[in-house]
Design a binder for this molecule. Structure first.
Ligand SMILES: *[C@@H]1O[C@H](CO)[C@@H](O)[C@H](O)[C@H]1NC(C)=O
Ligand SMILES: *[C@@H]1O[C@H](CO)[C@@H](O)[C@H](O)[C@H]1NC(C)=O
Ligand SMILES: *[C@@H]1O[C@H](CO)[C@@H](O)[C@H](O)[C@H]1NC(C)=O
Ligand SMILES: *[C@@H]1O[C@H](CO)[C@@H](O)[C@H](O)[C@H]1NC(C)=O
Length: 962
């Protein structure tokens, strides 16, 4: 009661603030209905992992007995019989069917499902592809023995109190073992418990915000959640896979549970307990044995990441709060004025008409001017990406203007929206008000969204999309809009005042009024900043007992309040808080409970298809918030709503590394911080760090200070420097993008990924490799002019060079080196043994691509180096002509061998060779003497353009020095 009063008081203050600052007439024209604040919260849940009196299923369950085991060509099958029901968090299934399949030498599948599948959700292959069998050879198909002889993985089992073990054939080590722990399989609770070696290193199980290792005591909740980056809590994406990196045997393997169910994983000192609240067991084991193999095997299996358009590698500027087109234009102009490369300008929901998808605000972003703006932007080879929310506004049928919203009516007429259990429209709430969501299990939704995008493209020639809120978030619990759509447009009670403030049709040319409203943004945004939102006010008072709710139910069970309560990172832990509810129903009968975790994945896939229809053979550029196993095939992603502080900047590194291992390698965090106000120093450091992540975007929240890099001189300087480095490295990044696309390997690699046998590197995530050749050591704390890092190398044989000076470093493996890093400098080193293709940077990607190429040849201690360059037109899905240049240096000679048809007509400009002991007597390009200088241990070869007028890599070439 007290809290409700507080809220009323808070709102009184907001309206009071408007009244004192603005034209009262204008204010009176926008009296919005608000969603009652109590509708934003569900029933307080006590998460099982915090419930001291909760029953441990592992202690009391009786498990199953395996009978009728028989061999198959690829493994075995058998029947599991319940040894006695305990029905702890669901009703136990009596009979299960076990199938084990050796799918390739490196992959094994363990599949357990009830024989009676009525009410059991089995994830269909057409939603999330089932890993395919590797083609059987003739001999293999006649094999009847249990052990698929070439497999590096061996399945073993015990029958009574059924348990199984996966071990590695080559070493005998046990990788996974449920032996001794009962299998629990009920309608709402499935549990597997594997033992782990002491001092294990378990990575993965995302998405989360924190360090990269799941240390003992970690709980990983796998439930798509629209929360603002709570540390170690569940977030937007779900990736049910872990990597087990072992330092005793120097091996790494991966385990993937192909399940869209709500899951929770508890990591113990010597155990991993994996729980799912529905579905079946469909586990895939990948044998590695090095991290690169394990990641590549997993990502290849779930779906290799797409090629992004080349321009996606450019610098992106965004914010929530580019209130008008005029403001947006000024931002683009300012970048040019301050000579900071801007590839893509983004808008958040500000451009929309009352936050409805596929609209533009007639006053703030007038259609004709918007078209002109985009035309000019495109003429300058720049790009525009708008935000798009997952929900479709349900217009008010009693208001003809409001009701004139075809995207809803077209969807409703083709019956594609998610329903209530009784078949009526499910109506939650998003930014525009009461909202419905397309059902992407239904094929017509793909057609629907394709049509919407195509129609809207006629109005707004967007170059890509940010797909937001697709976890899917809803601002109220349940179908709160049912029976209330005549209240639309409604606002959520806790909407930042800045967003409440803009009246429909507000005349921005009235400068006085505009600045008054603008000023009130900040005053009131502060009042309702996240720390004082309704959510935090209410969280402590939602006290409904959980006993009345979390009861066992047969059939599909109690899907709104499952008996096992996960630790959902919402204040009340209710599954329905800030989410579309669990009983929301798809047209084939599937309930949200079973598929929430793949909603964003299915939506992004549909959008991808729609964009390919719209622009045949052009790579769609989609940055999606909620991803699942296989999303990388369609989208890149960002790290969600972080905060402008040093630990958020730091955590962007483990985030990037994790998303690489999830097969969504095109990742970036909101540079300079999304929530709260950034500052000059933080933004300077972050712009420089962000320059090296694959997706590079500065983005922040409405009501915060502006944080474009030109706002501070020091940040502008730092950004120019690091963006210059990034743009010079574009050919290297693009080659990494291609490598990710064909092998699944990420661009951003941890030190323990690159040097998996060095235990000292186990938890290091304040530094990272970009590909194999570059290591970045950012500054992650305020007030310092140095940073520290380690430079791994096997027995000190690895050599590193400073990227900027090209000089050889005297690093010692295993030593924490101190590196000078005054503001505006980010330490970057090249690992000896690699050749890096570069290109002179231009203002845009298009300009950069027209500039001459260069090569940096960083020799290892034996005078050798290897590298590659991949090029194509940068935009086709089916690439007609490509070029792969193989680069190798050895014995005082560099050879470049181009393979492929793509003609990069830009000449070669310079080659820099690092790690040469003495000045060479001569340097020859294809036998002809060339200009060069020598300094320290570096040879600079210049003016190679005269030899390469038909294109740097049009022909094979050799460079010799002695
Ligand atoms: C307030 O705005 C209204 C509507 O634009 C206008 O008619 C009126 O003159 C304004 N009043 C003042 C005091 O500026
Ligand atoms: C168990 O599953 C296998 C593989 O899908 C199938 O061939 C077999 O018929 C099933 N057995 C029972 C008893 O359901
Ligand atoms: C399968 O289960 C459903 C309900 O859970 C039950 O109605 C049905 O009789 C069962 N079928 C068989 C063959 O046991
Ligand atoms: C695990 O680490 C502890 C502490 O470093 C050590 O005492 C123990 O021997 C280690 N156990 C194994 C199996 O390596």
């Amino acid at each position: 009661m007290v809290d409700v009063l507080t809220i009323v008081f808070a709102f009184f203050l907001i309206y009071g603030a408007f009244a004192s600052n603005t034209n009262a007439t204008a204010i009176s024209t926008f009296t919005y209905n608000t969603i009652p604040p109590y509708e934003a919260f569900g029933v307080k849940q006590l998460p099982n992992v915090y419930n001291k009196s909760a029953v441990d299923a592992n202690e009391v369950a009786h498990g199953y007995t395996l009978v009728n085991v028989s061999s198959t060509n690829r493994g075995l099958t058998g029947i599991l019989k319940l040894r006695g029901a305990t029905n702890i968090y669901g009703y136990d299934f009596e009979i299960l069917n076990l199938t084990v399949e050796y799918q390739s030498c490196k992959r094994l599948n363990v599949h357990i499902e009830p024989t009676n599948l009525t009410d059991v959700y089995v994830l269909p292959d057409n939603l999330v592809p089932k890993p395919k069998l590797e083609q059987e050879s003739k001999e293999e198909s006649s094999r009847t023995t249990l052990n698929f002889a070439d497999s590096d993985l061996v399945f073993d089992y015990i029958e009574e109190n059924f348990g199984f073990e996966i071990s590695r054939a080559s070493t005998g080590e046990v990788l996974f073992s449920t032996v001794g722990n009962p299998l629990v399989f009920s309608n709402q609770f499935i549990q597997l418990n594997t033992s782990l070696p002491q001092n294990h290193t378990i990575k993965g199980l995302g998405e989360t915000f924190g360090g990269s290792i799941n240390e003992p005591g970690s709980v990983r909740t796998l439930y798509a959640n629209g929360a603002s980056d709570p540390i170690n809590g569940n977030l937007y994406s779900v990736h049910p896979v872990y990597y087990d990196q072992r330092y005793d045997s120097n091996t790494t393997h991966a385990v993937y549970w192909r399940s869209s169910a709500i899951q929770e994983v508890v990591i113990g000192e010597e155990s991993l307990t994996w729980r799912a609240l529905s579905g079946i067991i469909d586990l895939y084991f990948f044998s590695g044995p090095i991290p690169k193999d394990a990641v590549s095997q997993y990502v290849t299996t779930i779906g290799l990441p797409c090629m992004q358009p080349y321009w996606a590698l450019g610098y992106h500027q965004s914010r929530w709060g580019y209130a008008t087109l005029k403001e947006l234009k000024t931002v683009v102009e300012n970048f040019k004025k301050f000579d900071i490369p801007l590839e893509t300008i983004w808008t958040d929901i500000d451009y929309m008409d009352n936050y409805k998808d596929y609209t533009t605000d007639p006053v703030r972003y007038p259609a004709a001017e918007f078209k002109d703006f985009l035309l000019e932007l495109h003429n300058n080879s720049q790009h525009y990406v708008p935000n798009m929310d997952a929900g479709i506004y349900v217009p008010n049928p009693n208001n003809a203007t409001d009701n004139d919203y075809p995207p809803f009516h077209q969807g409703n007429d083709s019956d594609i929206f998610i329903m209530n259990p009784d078949g009526s429209l499910y109506i939650g709430a998003m930014w525009p008000g009461y909202t419905a969501w397309p059902d992407y299990i239904k094929n017509e939704s793909t057609t629907y969204i394709g049509n919407q995008l195509a129609a809207w493209y006629e109005e707004v020639a967007f170059d890509g999309l940010m797909t937001d809120e697709n976890e899917i978030s809803s601002f109220c619990v349940g179908s709160c809009g049912s029976g209330k759509i005549s209240d639309n447009p409604v606002r959520r009670a806790s909407t930042p005042a800045a967003e409440q403030a803009f009246p429909l049709g507000f005349n921005v040319t009235n400068a006085t009024e505009y600045s008054a409203i603008n000023a009130s943004y900040y005053a009131t945004a502060k009042l309702l900043s996240p720390s004082s939102t309704v959510s935090s006010l209410l969280s402590s008072s939602a006290t409904t007992s959980l006993d009345g709710h979390n009861t066992l139910k047969p059939g599909k069970g109690n899907i709104n309040y499952p008996p096992y309560a996960i630790n959902n990172a919402q204040s009340d832990h209710d599954l329905a808080t800030h989410a579309v509810a669990m009983n929301a129903t798809h047209h084939d009968g599937t309930v949200m409970y079973d598929v929430r975790n793949i909603y964003g994945f299915l939506q992004n896939k549909a959008i991808y298809r729609g964009l390919v229809e719209l622009h045949p053979n052009k790579r769609p550029f989609i940055i999606g918030r909620s991803t699942f196993a296989g999303s990388g095939k369609y989208v890149g992603t960002w790290g969600g709503d972080n905060v402008a502080n040093y630990f958020s900047m730091y955590f962007s590194i483990p985030q990037a590394i994790a998303f690489g291992s999830f097969g969504v390698p095109f990742f970036g965090a909101d540079v300079c911080g999304y929530g709260e106000n950034t500052d000059m120093e933080l933004c300077s450091r972050w712009m420089q760090l962000g320059s090296f992540l694959p997706f590079f975007r500065n983005h922040n929240e409405i009501g915060r200070i502006s944080q474009e890099p030109y706002v501070w001189e020091a940040v502008a300087n730092a950004s120019r420097a690091s963006i210059g480095v990034r743009y010079s490295l574009l050919p290297y990044y693009y080659t990494l993008m291609h490598e990710a696309h064909v092998t699944g390997l990420p661009y951003i690699r941890s030190l323990s990924f690159q040097f998996p046998y060095d235990k000292l590197l186990r938890g290091i995530d304040n530094q990272f490799f970009v590909g194999d050749a570059l290591i970045v050591t950012p500054v992650l704390e305020p007030g310092v002019n140095y940073t520290k890092g380690v430079f791994p190398g096997v027995d000190n044989t690895t050599v590193y060079y400073d990227f900027y000076t090209r000089s050889r470093m005297n690093f010692t493996a295993g030593t924490n080196e101190t590196l000078a890093a005054s503001l505006g400098h980010i330490p970057l080193h090249i690992r000896g043994g690699y050749i890096i293709p570069t290109q002179k940077p231009g203002y845009t990607i298009a300009e950069s691509r027209l500039n001459p190429f260069q090569l940096i040849v960083a020799l290892d201690r034996h005078g050798s180096a290897l590298g590659r360059l991949y090029l194509d037109d940068g935009e086709s899905i089916d690439v007609d002509k490509s070029l792969m240049v193989k680069l190798a240096a050895n014995d005082n000679k560099l050879v470049a061998i181009p393979v492929g048809e793509y003609n990069a007509s830009q000449p070669l400009d310079t080659i820099t060779i690092l790690g040469i002991e003495a000045k060479p007597n001569s340097v020859k390009f294809n036998g002809a003497s060339v200009d060069y200088t020598f300094n320290g241990t570096t040879v600079f070869i210049t003016r190679l353009d005269k030899f390469t007028q038909s294109g740097a890599f049009a022909k094979r070439f050799e460079v010799e020095w002695d």
